[in-house]
Design a protein around this ligand. Structure first.
Ligand SMILES: [Zn+2]
Length: 153
């Protein structure tokens, strides 16, 4: 129970950080184009509210420059597009809009925060919900937290 609670805390804060980073990246992408080469075959390109992943075909001679490039492009678009993939002889091109990335990150994060907010019944451990009404020690026998018992009203 204790392990599960800790895992949920880590997951919810990781999710919250991912949401903020994605939101920041989305805002930046509206005005700046960022080219992030992963290697000579794979490049991540963020611009116009979307992330584009370009993978050059190993049979083609096309190679990406290994340098990161940031170009101010002025106001582009917000990126309310649908995800799509274009595959051809030279490269595979995947377009993932930031709104979609943000949605798949935000929804589980909100659920995690909501679940972590759950309160247990009076007389139960505030951390794990174990019934402490017959507990005599100062620690919860289930999770080991200090036995802070909610007073019964
Ligand atoms: Zn407990």
């Amino acid at each position: 129970m204790k392990h599960k609670g800790r895992l949920r805390k880590v997951a919810k804060w990781t999710g919250a950080n991912a949401c903020s980073l994605l939101l920041a990246a989305w805002v930046v992408s509206i005005w700046y184009s960022i080219l992030l080469p992963v290697n000579r075959q794979v490049m991540i390109f963020s611009a116009g509210g979307c992330v584009r992943v370009v993978i050059s075909n190993p049979d083609s001679a096309a190679e990406f420059s290994p340098r990161i490039k940031v170009v101010s492009s002025g106001f582009r678009e917000l990126g309310f597009a649908w995800p799509r993939a274009i595959l051809n002889d030279v490269a595979s091109y995947f377009l993932i809009p930031f709104w979609l990335l943000l949605l798949v990150t935000t929804v589980p994060t909100i659920i995690l925060f909501y679940r972590d907010r759950r309160r247990f019944l009076p007389g139960c451990c505030e951390s794990c919900g174990y019934d402490l009404r017959s507990n005599t020690g100062s620690r919860c026998p289930e999770c080991g937290c200090a036995a802070v018992v909610k007073k019964e009203i």
